[in-house]
Ligand binder design. Structure first.
Ligand code: SF4
Length: 68
């Protein structure tokens, strides 16, 4: 679990796909917010599921963006 998810709240359109894919990581209010973490693979899968490309995945150690 080297990765962290971040939500661009200005881009989030509250579709909820990320919550469907990773309910332990995302919760949906007016926009999605990060509430936890999961495996790197699941974080990437959730980010790929976002129709608004509002989820960024970063390496928590290096700070490098790994998705998109
Ligand atoms: S899938 Fe994307 S647009 Fe939809 S709630 Fe999650 S972050 Fe927001």
């Amino acid at each position: 679990m080297n990765y962290l998810a971040e939500v661009d709240v200005d881009a989030c359109a509250a579709h909820g796909d990320c919550v469907d894919v990773a309910p332990d990581v995302f919760a949906l209010d007016d926009v999605a917010r990060v509430i936890g973490t999961a495996s790197d693979e699941l974080l990437i899968e959730a980010a790929e599921s976002c129709p608004s490309a509002a989820i960024r995945i970063v390496d928590r150690r290096s700070g490098d963006q790994v998705f998109p």
